[in-house]
Design a protein around this ligand. Structure first.
Ligand code: FAD
Ligand code: MLT
Ligand code: ZN
Length: 482
């Protein structure tokens, strides 16, 4: 259907003969990476799964330079891959193999333009690291809640373009909920200044929300107005073990009922995920004695200073007594809290070290999670009895990273075959539960073909029409999402 809609007019072979000269005139030596060796970090992703080539890597220093680069690319029909911190998990920031695409890296657009504590907003450029935004908020006695294991290297532009989720989404929402305004350079080089710090604005369609989550396929986000929140003054953290996933779902419900908005994180990992971290991340140790089928890292936080530890202890004590959980360790000190979080944050790295992960970034209604997991386990084991499932994620918002780990020496043809088989089993089941096959990592090139299978046809067609309207020459990140 509608394949004409996305007939690309982008170059797929050699770069335009004028391109280099034009970009050099705009950016100078410091804004262009031409040398093959210097380009190499930009050409593959954090997981090491995707590799590509680029004609040039452009690093504009500001919005005006970005607009000029985009105009030059538009006029020479050059496809553009926007890249932030290159920590994405779906291959969205990696160019294709043609060598015809330009990578537009936002790393030099790294200024925090304004902090406005009275309006509770901050304006950051696209290349500012998430950790820097969190620090700037804290310096102003405010809080920016988005938090990811990659926050020291991912950028605000990338967070917006992927609508990142992370550990605090259950309380504060995804990036979509945290941005009030955007500045975007359109595919033809025009600048849309939508940097409004308003909480109410019904003056027409909300274009900001079309740009958020568009993964570089509609334009280059150059800056954003971000929401700031009151800074939490106290936290209470605990590690919990349970025999069944269903028990953790019940514990989550109890925490919500009794602690309300104070519940700030509810992260889950299976025993197999924890064992993987213990085996591959030096300096880690098990927080609880004995074996527990599933673990949860639970955190409460509040802007008032007292009472959190007692509240958490009470709820978890009741859960222990009721037999809902099989072990509890309340953090007694900052260092212990950090140890708990290191276990959780170590999973991504442990998987890379242990083998080759077939990743599933799925979301389900929370009420369906405990039903889904044993059914998915069983279906995978029918295909491969010795399959190694690494299941963890943000249970508090229904997002599971339900991964399958293949041994590192699996030949690539066998890997590809398993990828297709396992994806089909897991995602068909996700579909039955009316879940999503892409919860927080985006579609990129990883889920592009599957998106077509699982998105309702009308929704897919509307997405294509929006793409066509904003990027008629299909120059923005071709091969990603569509
Ligand atoms: P990149 O990887 O550079 O790009 C990602 C996509 O956004 C690409 O399609 C790219 O074209 C586009 N893009 C980037 N910048 C712009 C821009 N300025 N304008 C338009 N398009 C742009 N993700 C989560 O959601 N939750 C997690 O908990 C989480 N944990 C992680 C932990 C680790 C250890 C790692 C390595 C990754 C994790 N991620 C997580 C994934 C990743 O960090 C996020 O997707 C992040 O938002 C990507 O930001 P980035 O700057 O690295 O973007
Ligand atoms: C996480 O929650 O740790 C991430 O989204 C990264 C991953 O899936 O590896
Ligand atoms: Zn995640």
């Amino acid at each position: 259907m509608n394949s004409v809609l996305l007939e690309p007019r982008a170059r797929t072979a050699a770069p335009h003969p004028d391109l280099h000269r034009r970009l050099h005139a705009i950016l100078g030596d410091e804004g262009l990476v031409q040398d093959a060796q210097a380009q190499s970090p930009y050409l593959s992703d954090w997981l090491g799964k995707w590799h590509g080539r680029a004609s040039l890597v452009a690093r504009p220093a500001d919005t005006a330079q970005t607009a000029a680069v985009m105009r030059a690319c538009h006029e020479t029909h050059t496809p553009v891959v926007t890249q932030g911190g290159n920590t994405g998990m779906s291959g969205g920031a990696t160019p294709d193999a043609s060598g015809a695409q330009v990578i537009l890296n936002t790393g030099r657009m790294n200024r925090i333009r304004v902090v406005d504590p009275l309006n509770n907003t901050l304006v950051a450029e696209a290349g500012v690291l998430l950790a820097q935004v969190r620090q700037a908020a804290q310096d102003a006695n405010r809080f920016f809640p988005l938090s990811l294991g990659s926050e020291g290297s991912c950028t605000i532009g990338g967070n917006l373009a992927t609508n990142a989720g992370g550990i605090a989404a259950l309380r504060y929402g995804n990036m979509r909920e945290l941005a009030l305004g955007l500045e975007v350079v359109l595919p033809d080089g025009r600048i849309w200044n939508g940097l409004r710090g308003l909480r109410k604005d019904n003056s027409g369609f909300d274009l900001r929300q079309i740009m958020i989550g568009s993964e570089g396929t509609l334009g280059v986000i150059t800056a954003a107005v971000l929401k700031l929140l009151p800074r939490p003054r106290s936290t209470a953290t605990a590690w919990v073990g349970a025999d069944r996933l269903g028990s953790l779902v019940k514990l989550l419900a109890a925490l919500r009922e009794r602690c309300g908005e104070r519940l700030a994180a509810f992260e889950m990992m299976s025993e197999a995920s924890l064992s993987l971290v213990l085996a591959h991340v030096p300096g880690t140790r098990a927080p609880l004695a004995g074996r527990h089928g599933f673990h949860a890292l639970v955190e409460l936080s509040d802007t008032c200073a007292s009472g959190l530890d007692a509240q958490l202890e009470e709820v978890l004590g009741d859960a222990l007594q009721a037999g809902l959980v099989s072990g509890v360790a309340l953090s007694a000190a900052h260092a212990q809290t950090r140890d708990f979080w290191n276990l959780r944050d170590g999973i991504s790295q442990a998987q890379v070290r242990a083998g080759w992960a077939i990743k599933h970034d799925i979301s389900l209604p929370i009420s369906a999670v405990a039903d889904f997991v044993p059914r998915a386990d069983e279906a995978l084991r029918r295909l491969a009895p010795d399959v190694r499932i690494v299941n963890f994620g943000h249970l508090g918002d229904g997002n599971l990273h339900y991964n399958v780990l293949l041994p590192p020496d699996t030949p690539s043809a066998a890997r590809d075959g398993r990828l297709v088989e396992f994806n089909r089993v897991v995602h068909d089941l996700v579909d039955q539960y009316e879940g999503s096959i892409s919860a927080e990592h985006g579609v990129g090139q990883l889920r592009r073909d599957e998106l077509r299978r699982y998105k309702p046809a009308v929704e897919y067609e509307l997405m294509m029409r929006i793409k066509q309207a904003l990027d008629p020459n299909h120059l923005m990140n071709p091969g990603k999402i569509f």
